[in-house]
Every structure is written in C-alpha cells, then in structure tokens.
Design a protein around this ligand. Structure first.
Ligand code: XUL
Ligand code: CO
Length: 439
C-alpha cells in the first residue's frame, strides 16, 4: 500500500528537551503513572471530520489545505483515500481510536438509501483496516445538523417526516458504531434549540428529543451495543439557545426522562467555556453525578465568543482536567481531539504537529496532575477545610441526626460564630505553580 504521509515516520518519544518536531516530548505510552500506563490513562482518538475533512474553509474564505489525499473530492475514491490516510496517520502517532459522524465517511447523496449503500461499502473497507491495525471507534454519531432538512432541529423538528430521517441516520450510525467496535455513541444537539419563543414549544421539543434518545437506546441494546450513550453539552452555536446547555442542564434532562442509566456526558473544553464555565467545572459536575464518560479534547480562545476548536496547549487546563479525570477513576470513553489546525497551518506536517501538541499537552497534564495528587497538600487542605463536619454538631448534620431547632439552639448559644477558616486560594495556586514549573 502506498504511503500518503511519505515524509513522516512513526512518531517516537524524544524527551522534554528534544528539538525534533516529529517526536513526542512527554507522551510515552508505556510509562506508568499512578499504577497505570499513560496509554491507558489517555485513550486518544482522531476526529475524522477535522483531521481528514476540514481544510480551512471559514465564513470568509476557501480551503487553504489540500485534503484530497490524491483522489477527487466528493467521490467514493476520496472516501477510501481518507480511510487510508486516517489509518496511516493514527498508526504513525500510536492512536488507537477514531470518532466519526456518518457523513464524514462518505459523500452524502440526495436519497438516504444511496447514502446508506455508500456507508455499507466504506464500512466494509474500514473493518478490514480495523482487523489489520486493532484501531477501533471510540464513538460514532449521526450528523443531524448540516443537512438543510434539520433547519428547525432534528429531535426538536416540527416535521414528523424530518424526525424519521433523524431516526434513520441514528439507526445507521449505531450500526456503524457497533461494526467498528465503538465504546460510545454521541448526541450533540447543534440544531436542538431555538432562536425565539414566539415560534417554539420548548416542552414539546424536549419531550420529542427524549423520545428519540429512548428509541436509540432500545435499538442500540437490541443490536448488541453495550457501551455508553453520551450527551455532549454546548450552550449555543449554531443555535442561540441549545437545550443541552451544560453538564448540569443535561444531567437534569437525562434524569427527568429516565435516560440516566444509559447515558453519560461527553465534555468538550471549548463548549464549557462558551457556557461560562471552566473545563474543570464541567468535569467535576459530571463526575460527582457519576456521568463523566468521555472528553472532546480541545481549547477555546477566551477573547473570541465562538467554538474555535484549537488543539490544547494550555498546561494549566490539561493538568486540572487530568486531576479531575484521575479523581473520577478514569473515563469509560477517551480523549477525542475535536480540534483543527489553524487555517494557515495548512500542510500535512501541520496535521502531525497538531496531534503531537495535543497528545503531549495531555501527557504533561497527566504527569503534573499525578504530582499534585502525590504531593497531597491540595487534597489535605480541602479535607481540613470541611473538618468541622467530622465531629460534634457537624457530624450530626452529615449523618442526618439533628433538626433545624437543635441547630438554631446552638447558634443562639454561640451568639456569633468564629470566622470560618481562610480559603487559602493563593497558597494553593502557588503549590500548583511550584509543581508545574521547577525554575
Ligand atoms: C460541535 C461539536 C461536534 C460534536 C460531534 O461543536 O463539538 O463536532 O463533537 O457532533
Ligand atoms: Co465536540
């Protein structure tokens, strides 16, 4: 088989001081951190749509990169060339998983029967590669936002016929996910939201989305899909109000409709900041509710109010992300680089530099998060901060062995409480800095 990335060899480990841009500086798959290999802590995935599809087109200009991979775009030859390129790319980086939308894999036809026929053809081709390489799907999804039929939503559409097309795409995408050994199935509701209440029945739309998800679970389980379903929260873009605004909103929705046993969340860093939260906040809210499933590993730009999908390089962010992930006991999913190289980074080498940056940023984040945990001062502080609930009246509160009247009586006796102990934010931040930077 002829190579597509002829100038790039398998990416090895060079160490922190290495100046070879085609080597990892921190990602060492077999290095053991807190009793587990780095590659097990960090099941990385390639996003089919950005890496093999996005070529730089934005609202103001055309493609800057050539992602034809030697074939004419819009053809099945091109679809196959993307498979060849994708598997060669993942093998060279040591990536074991990929994520895909149905229509990332083939050019979409006007007739859904023809699209499905193309998906059958390409998926047979992909399965051959899976058998040869051991690379599998992390998760699959149906693109229920690009086709004009979804202008009023997919699960939230006003057209029962369009709703059937959403169902048909989900059914096929679930078939493909199972065929590719996928660990998860994602719902990202880009068009599930509204612009104005003047034309929207929010209650009905939410109920219809839940009905579609319930049918997806029933179908998935019937074909042997044992993995997790995920909601990927995002507050806005493309819609003004999206129903899956953030982790807390999505968890409430899942519980309300009895979907919480089959669903977890896929948390994306850039979506978190669009919702006005930190990435860590979204991870913590998911984790404490037992719903941290998978991560879309990217980074936003706080100066820009949209989803820039940058490759992660902020080590504070990746460290605090890994701190949350380790504390949660790991992910059932993995780390999908829902990220694209910047528009002027338009060569094949840039595709590799982007992934090396992303993988190294998470590897370093993992190393540093483990150091923070092993150092113990942060955890010890948090434990100490709440220690008044470990004895006396505090213990009675936690054990549910008191009443409002008893607590009020104590307050009256005390007249005024002592000031609670300091939050020590700056002390803790300087511990984190001292672990991150050795000087
Ligand atoms: C969009 C986004 C999607 C989902 C999958 O913001 O993140 O790519 O990850 O549909
Ligand atoms: Co995403």
């Amino acid at each position: 088989m002829k190579q597509i990335f002829k100038n790039v060899q398998k990416i090895g480990f060079g160490g922190a001081d290495c100046r070879d841009p085609m080597k990892f500086r921190f990602y060492e798959p077999d290095r053991v951190i807190l009793g587990k290999k780095m590659s097990e802590h960090l099941p990385f995935a390639m996003a089919w749509w950005h890496n093999l599809g996005a070529a730089g087109t934005d609202m103001f200009g055309r493609d800057t990169a050539d992602k034809s991979f030697g074939a004419e775009k819009g053809t099945m030859e091109h679809a196959k060339a993307k498979v060849d390129a994708g598997f060669e790319f993942m093998e060279k980086l040591g990536i074991k998983y990929f994520c895909f939308h149905d229509v990332d894999l083939v050019p979409e036809a006007d007739d859904i029967n023809e699209t499905n026929r193309r998906l059958d053809e390409i998926s047979d081709y992909i399965v051959k590669k899976i058998k040869k390489t051991g690379i599998k799907a992390l998760w699959g999804t149906a693109n229920l936002f690009s086709n004009p039929r979804y202008m009023n939503g997919a699960g939230s559409t006003n057209s029962a016929d369009v709703y059937c097309f959403a169902a048909a795409q989900i059914k096929k995408a679930l078939d493909l996910t199972v065929k590719f050994g996928g660990r998860g199935y994602v719902f990202w509701g880009g068009r599930e939201g509204y612009e104005t209440l003047l034309n929207t029945d929010v209650k009905f739309e939410e109920e219809n989305i839940a009905r579609l998800m319930k049918m997806a679970v029933d179908y998935g389980r019937s074909i042997g899909f044992t993995g997790d379903f995920y909601i990927e929260p995002k507050p806005k873009e493309p819609m003004k109000h999206q129903y899956d605004f953030d982790a807390a909103t999505s968890i409430g929705f899942l519980r309300k409709y009895g979907l919480d046993k089959d669903f977890k969340l896929n948390i994306e860093a850039n979506h978190a900041t669009l919702a006005g939260h930190t990435f860590s906040h979204e991870l913590r809210i998911s984790a404490i509710n037992g719903m941290l499933g998978s991560i879309d590993a990217n980074q936003g730009d706080l100066l820009l109010g949209w989803d820039t999908d940058e490759f992660p390089y902020d080590i504070y962010e990746t460290t605090m992300c890994m701190y949350e992930v380790i504390k949660a006991g790991g992910l059932t999913g993995g780390f999908n680089f829902d990220a694209k190289s910047r528009r002027p980074s338009n060569t094949a080498e840039d595709m590799f530099y982007s992934y090396i940056l992303g993988m190294d940023s998470f590897a370093l984040g993992l190393i540093k998060a483990a150091e923070i945990i092993e150092d113990g001062r942060v955890d010890a502080f948090v434990k100490e901060k709440y220690s008044s609930f470990e004895k006396g009246i505090g213990k009675k509160i936690v054990e549910g062995k008191t009443t409002l009247a008893e607590l009020a009586e104590r307050a009256e006796k005390l007249k005024a409480p002592k000031a609670p102990q300091s939050g020590r934010q700056e002390y803790l931040q300087s511990i984190v800095n001292s672990i991150l930077f050795k000087g």
